[in-house]
Design a protein around this ligand. Structure first.
Ligand code: AP5
Length: 208
């Protein structure tokens, strides 16, 4: 069983790398951000609760997230392990995760704050297949995305004001997790301020 945590600030490239590593490892990408956005779209109770935090760039309460993860890891596709993307994000979430599955490795993608705003404000994805692109750094290839019909989608929280709040939340609540996982001997840090392919290579090397 291989349980990978992809860790890093908003816009570090967790989702981009998770999609590539899913192809390479066969593990499902479990993104709490994607799960919350699906809940918001479906207007479930969790979605309605989460939306106000997400719109403000704040973290959704731990117990909401932990309950989502407990349910998600019961799915058949998670039986050989999971690639967690954007979870855990607080020490209480990490402690809860340790009770649910054994974390094999934490891959931290290190990107300086000054790169984050430009990355997030230029992001778009395909609303059908979920492939992630960037206006400048990673444009949609001529051949298209992973599905036959590209449908451009931009996230409601991808604006400068919310990004600033998300970065603040990251430094205050999430970055202490690096020490938590370093002390547990699980942390590998990869320089995320480089070409996307080079980062994927290093992340895959860290798994071997
Ligand atoms: P979430 O959806 O998890 O957002 P995030 O952590 O802020 O991360 P992002 O998805 O913005 O970035 P990413 O690292 O995946 O980067 P990407 O690959 O897209 O969370 C959203 C909200 O939900 C949170 O604010 C919170 O409210 C809530 N939430 C979610 N999980 C939670 C939890 N566990 N606890 C509490 N609340 C939670 O890349 C970004 C852009 O850069 C793309 O355009 C990409 O093409 C480009 N790019 C990628 N790599 C490179 C590169 N190497 N060089 C240049 N450009 C690059």
């Amino acid at each position: 069983m291989l349980n990978i945590v992809l860790f890093g600030p908003p816009g570090a490239g967790k989702g981009t790398q998770a999609q590539r590593m899913t192809d390479a490892t066969g593990l499902p990408q479990v993104s709490t951000g994607d799960m919350l956005r699906a809940a918001v779209k479906a207007q479930t109770e969790v979605g309605l609760e989460a939306k106000k935090y997400m719109d403000a760039g704040a973290l959704v309460p731990d117990q909401v997230i932990i309950d989502l993860i407990k349910e998600r890891v019961k799915h058949a596709d998670a039986q050989n392990g999971v690639m967690f993307d954007g979870f855990p994000r607080t020490v209480p979430q990490a402690e809860a995760l340790a009770e649910i599955v054994e974390v094999s490795i934490v891959l931290a993608i290190d990107v300086p704050d000054e790169r984050i705003v430009e990355r997030i404000c230029g992001r778009y994805s395909c609303g059908n297949c979920g492939d992630v692109f960037h206006d400048t750094f990673n444009p949609l290839p001529k051949a298209g995305c992973g599905c036959s019909t590209f449908l451009e989608k931009r996230r409601a929280d991808d604006n400068e004001e919310t990004v600033t709040a998300r970065l603040e939340a990251y430094h205050r609540q999430t970055s202490p997790l690096a020490d938590y996982y370093q002390n547990a001997g699980l942390l590998t840090v990869v320089d995320g301020d480089r070409d996307i392919d080079l980062i994927t290579e290093d992340l895959l090397k860290a798994l071997n």
